[in-house]
Design a binder for this molecule. Structure first.
Ligand code: C2E
Ligand code: CA
Ligand code: CA
Length: 439
């Protein structure tokens, strides 16, 4: 190859620029035909580990051997290039049907999966492949490369499918998620939070049907994307600093609302706020929250914090200490979505909890599954023995309510009584009703 700037110095193969130039020529040539073409990206899978453990020189040998294997395997019409690190591209012109191309890719994957020998040692590889098709997935070289890159990222995350083809619908979901994350960052940065609003859902006492507490739930109305459910956007920020900021914004809003009820002379029940995973890694959180409540002259016990088991798994001891500090300061603590995690029972004995919220999936099953009802009865007994308050989430029908009646004292949160409502409607409910039990 004469053009040095198009050549990868380590392997002597074409580099990314040379690939893009070749793609432009080849795609132009078949643009008006009914031929398809495939771009296959291959990643050796273990280069970082090899570099870290055995040094960059061994890493280079591994890259060279992958390159040699690829060149040995490639058909005469293939364009092969090294993109970066141990990631290579193969362009297959007219590879037959999509299935044919995938079959070829799988054979190549097996061929590449054998260990290489570097520095007189056997070095295992863990190759991954992503594939995109012209014209099905993209019309230009840049878009084709991006689509194949996206498929490769999917393959790298998967144990079961080390060779993946581009999936447009998945790509759209990921693009939407990136948009949502970006929009949420911007909202928090600008302090413009008019698009966000808190709704309140009452929790009802099963025995006397009074409102005994409530949960604050976020709603987001985006000018272009419309209404975005917290079930979609919260998981995107759960473990991040954005989750931490969002939680604190929610807590600020809710405490303002509590102070507002105090000023208006409205009696109000305890309000629960959901905490994201990352909040329990923030050393300053208990004191931050206590200071906020003190500033507004509110007793901490009018706030409940809902956590999930997921929040405990990654940061055990620190999270336990933090929860103990929160309880010591007077905040109430609830374990949310109980029954959906992995190690519920061991956590139950360790966490300083006041309340257990049984996940909606239980109530959905009890009407048509006797064993689910038995399981629910056992959980109720367990919560009683541990002196925990109990909430059943997601009660929607009179039939479900009837099945719960014999189980004794508990709180009910569900559409059967109330859907989450605007703060103004909830204030109206609190002001009007004669049958509320207040905090
Ligand atoms: P969650 O904490 O389990 O909240 C209960 C969810 O169940 C809410 O969904 C609520 O509207 C819904 N729900 C209540 N009763 C019923 C019912 O009878 N039937 C059905 N089908 N659903 C019912 P929502 O508001 O969409 O929130 C989804 C999740 O998003 C919440 O689940 C919570 O994990 C998270 N989330 C919501 N707001 C916040 C927030 O301010 N901060 C954080 N960190 N997470 C939040
Ligand atoms: Ca919750
Ligand atoms: Ca829940």
């Amino acid at each position: 190859m004469n053009n040095r700037h198009l050549q990868d110095p380590l392997t002597g193969m074409g580099n990314r620029q040379s690939l893009m130039a070749a793609l432009q020529v080849r795609l132009d040539a078949i643009r008006h035909s009914d031929q398809q073409a495939a771009l296959l990206l291959v990643d050796g899978g273990r280069l970082k580990k090899i570099n870290d453990a055995q040094g960059m020189a061994v890493g280079d040998q591994v890259i060279l051997q992958i390159a040699q294997r690829l060149q040995g395997f490639a058909g005469s019409s293939w364009v092969v290039a090294r993109l970066h690190a141990d990631t290579f591209a193969c362009f297959l012109e007219n590879p037959g049907s999509t299935e044919d191309a995938l079959d070829q890719a799988k054979v190549l994957l097996e061929f590449l999966a054998a260990p290489v020998v570097a520095d007189a040692e056997s070095v295992p590889l863990c190759p991954r492949m992503g594939m995109a098709f012209y014209p099905r997935d993209a019309a230009t070289p840049a878009d084709l490369l991006q689509a194949a890159e996206y498929a490769l990222q999917g393959a790298k995350k998967s144990f079961l499918t080390p060779c993946q083809q581009f999936d447009f619908s998945q790509y759209e979901v990921q693009k939407r998620h990136l948009k949502i994350e970006k929009a949420l960052y911007e909202l928090m940065d600008q302090g413009v939070v008019r698009q966000l609003e808190l709704y309140y859902q009452p929790k009802i006492c099963l025995q006397n049907r009074c409102v005994v507490s409530s949960e604050a739930l976020l709603r987001w109305q985006h000018p272009q994307l419309g209404s975005i459910s917290p079930a979609e956007f919260i998981p995107l920020v759960e473990g991040t600093s954005l989750g931490v900021r969002l939680d604190r914004w929610v807590l600020s809003q809710v405490s303002e609302q509590l102070a507002c009820w105090v000023r208006q002379g409205v009696s109000f029940p305890q309000v629960a706020v959901n905490l994201s995973t990352a909040q329990l890694t923030q050393e300053d959180f208990p004191e931050w929250l206590a200071a906020r409540m003190q500033y507004l002259n509110l007793p901490p016990a009018c706030l409940q914090l809902e956590i999930t088991e997921g929040a405990m798994i990654s940061n055990d001891q620190m999270a336990f200490d933090l929860l103990h500090r929160l309880q010591h300061l007077g905040f109430s603590l609830a374990l949310d979505d109980f029954g959906t995690g992995y190690s519920s029972l061991s956590y139950l004995s360790k966490l300083p909890l006041d309340e257990l919220k049984i996940d909606r999936s239980f109530i959905m099953q009890i009407a048509h599954c006797g064993r689910s009802l038995k399981l629910l009865e056992s959980i109720v007994a367990l919560a009683r023995n541990l002196e925990l308050e109990l909430v059943i989430e997601g009660v929607e029908t009179a039939e479900q309510l009837e099945l719960l009646q014999p189980l004794g004292a508990m709180k009910i949160q569900g559409y059967y009584f109330y859907r989450p409502m605007k703060a103004s409607d909830f204030t109206g409910l609190l002001s009007d009703s004669t049958s509320l039990m207040f905090f």
